[in-house]
Design a protein around this ligand. Structure first.
Ligand SMILES: Cc1cc2nc3c(=O)[nH]c(=O)nc-3n(C[C@H](O)[C@H](O)[C@H](O)COP(=O)(O)OP(=O)(O)OC[C@H]3O[C@@H](n4cnc5c(N)ncnc54)[C@H](O)[C@@H]3O)c2cc1C
Length: 385
């Protein structure tokens, strides 16, 4: 079930913004995801309600129900444009990107508010593509990419890299820019921006808001445990969907098996990737790893069902599971791994074991030149454009 006609390869969004010929990598059609004649299919629509055994889907105003035996919620996150785009189709997305690119080409002084991984990569890409433009990155904490469990060395290297490129980095600073917000994250307007702490004034003609990752789990409000499980549990505590939604981030609480974290109420519903709270720092790598674990766990559950069914029907097919075959696998959150591609030639990395050592080389080798475009197109079984 997908909302749009093609998959948005967000990792490449900043490069596509500053380099028009890279934009062809951004939207990957779902056409070849499953082989011709496969019983699997991609269905287009937006899930608006989740129930214990079906979802409600809206496609262009037409509402329909889709029943499931197993459900994997992987609806991701929103990060202000151009990182992610609030559009309904690839055509709309391409047009929006073209408009922001044209605005940026005609601007001279660009301010990016928010120095997380996105703002940091974005500032580097802009300064590399437009060395003559002024680029400022404003961040309210004392370090860029200030995520839990990442070493200070990595955060310092990210700032040093940008400063060497010519980006002016302001730490421990915040600003309020009229009209600029999560819902209106790109603005082409002449402004004098005053930093709150130092009161320094910056003249700018284009501003970007690059703060925070948000997930939307509103579709969960309809969820109720199946009647049998409800009756069993009623004597203890009534079900409240907010108990499985993180109050701060709106992410879905999951068990180590990636099933919804509410006793035994939802063994058939999984949540993976940015929508779940399985990883402290959500990444595509974590989302893909979680997807594989969830898939293997569903296979185990299916086998259990088949096994129980065979016993029930007394077919004689009472094959026993191997000792670990009937056990669900626990997902291990991924290590502190991050590669920041600041431009096509390099960036900064923090890798397990080696840390920030060879960070620039690793960034170039792993990500910077291609931004995983080849890998994502291959994954979708599509020839690279
Ligand atoms: C600029 C940038 C650079 C990044 N670089 C890296 C990197 O180098 N390495 C790394 O590991 N990670 C990186 N990330 C993070 C990574 O892209 C995300 O963690 C990853 O995309 C999460 O995958 P996901 O499947 O959970 O969600 P998403 O990729 O967000 O996919 C969710 C999908 O669900 C669809 N959807 C949403 N709501 C609904 C609904 N109600 N009904 C139907 N469909 C719906 C969306 O349209 C979308 O297609 C980067 C992110 C950005 C923005």
């Amino acid at each position: 079930m997908v909302m749009r006609d093609a998959r948005y390869h967000c990792v490449a969004s900043y490069r596509a913004l500053v380099q028009a010929d890279f934009a062809k990598n951004l939207w990957i059609p779902y056409t070849n995801l499953f082989p011709l004649g496969s019983e699997h299919k991609v269905v287009r629509g937006t899930v608006t309600e989740v129930h214990g055994d079906h979802v409600v889907v809206d496609h262009e105003g037409k509402i329909h129900k889709m029943a499931f035996d197993f459900l994997v919620l992987a609806t991701g996150s929103y990060i202000p444009a151009p990182a992610k785009l609030k559009v309904q189709s690839s055509a709309e997305g391409i047009a929006l990107m073209d408009k922001i690119r044209a605005d940026m080409q005609s601007s001279q002084s660009i301010v990016i508010v928010g120095g997380g991984a996105c703002g940091t990569e974005f500032a580097g890409e802009v300064k590399y593509a437009y060395p003559d433009k002024y680029v400022a990155l404003i961040h309210d904490l004392s370090s860029l990419v200030d995520y839990p469990r990442f070493p200070q060395d990595f955060k310092d290297k990210a700032r040093e890299y940008l400063e060497k490129q010519g980006v002016e980095v302001f730490l421990n600073e915040s600003v309020e820019i009229e009209g600029l917000s999560r819902d209106n994250p790109c603005q082409r307007a002449y402004r004098t921006i005053t930093l709150k702490n130092s009161h320094k004034a910056i003249e700018s003609d284009m501003q970007f808001f690059s703060i925070g990752i948000k997930v939307d789990t509103n579709y969960m409000h309809t969820l109720q445990p199946a009647a049998a499980s409800q009756t069993k549990r009623d004597s203890v505590i009534p079900f409240d969907v907010s108990s499985i939604i993180d109050t701060k981030t709106s992410a879905i609480h999951v068990k180590p098996t990636l099933q919804l974290d509410h006793g035994d109420d939802f063994p058939n519903i999984f949540a993976i990737g940015d929508i779940s709270n399985a990883d402290p720092v959500p990444t595509a790598y974590a989302a893909a790893t979680a997807g594989e674990v969830a898939a293997r766990n569903i296979i185990v559950l299916l086998k259990r069902e088949m096994h129980a069914d065979n016993i029930h029907k007394n077919t004689g097919l009472t094959r026993c599971f191997k000792s670990n075959e009937g056990k669900l696998e626990d997902y291990a959150p991924v290590k502190t791994l991050m590669v920041l591609a600041m431009n096509p030639t390099g960036g900064v990395s923090n890798l397990p074991v080696v840390g920030t050592l060879l960070g620039g080389l690793a960034a170039w080798a792993v990500k910077s030149s291609d931004l995983f475009s080849g890998r994502f197109w291959k994954e979708m079984n599509m020839p690279r454009p």
